[in-house]
Design a protein. Structure first.
Length: 123
């Protein structure tokens, strides 16, 4: 069947919703982890919408309140970031059951806040 009229595509999207595209192998892994969790969510889609919205607000917070810190890369159990105030590369990672900073160790610091709020941080 050939689609000759774009109005024929309307059946592919539920009215009032988007169809965000995610690679199937990545989505399969996310769904596998999500399905193994005991959450208040009955389906992945509403969780994904809430998580995306939260990530955008957190990113906005980071850009406004911690503009001197930028994401540098992912590493084992955490991430690397660059602090322009101290001009140094900092690692934030999970060690045991605690978040650990390569500069401030277990003390509270902006690096840990940045990592915890950053959408790429995973452990
Ligand atoms: Zn720190």
């Amino acid at each position: 069947m050939f689609i000759t009229d774009l109005s024929d595509l309307s059946f592919m999207v539920v009215q009032g919703y988007t169809n965000l595209s995610v690679k199937t192998d990545r989505m399969d892994e996310i769904r596998r982890i999500f399905d193994s969790l005991d959450t208040e969510y009955e389906a992945l889609a509403p969780f994904a919408a809430d998580a995306l919205e939260s990530a955008v607000y957190k990113l906005d917070f980071l850009l406004e309140y911690l503009p001197h810190i930028t994401f540098s890369g992912l590493g084992k159990n955490g991430m690397a970031l660059f602090d322009a105030k101290s001009d140094e590369l900092v690692r934030v990672f999970v060690k045991g059951k605690k978040l650990h900073c390569s500069v401030h160790k277990e003390k509270p610091c902006d690096h840990k806040i940045f990592a915890a709020f950053h959408h790429k941080f995973a452990c």
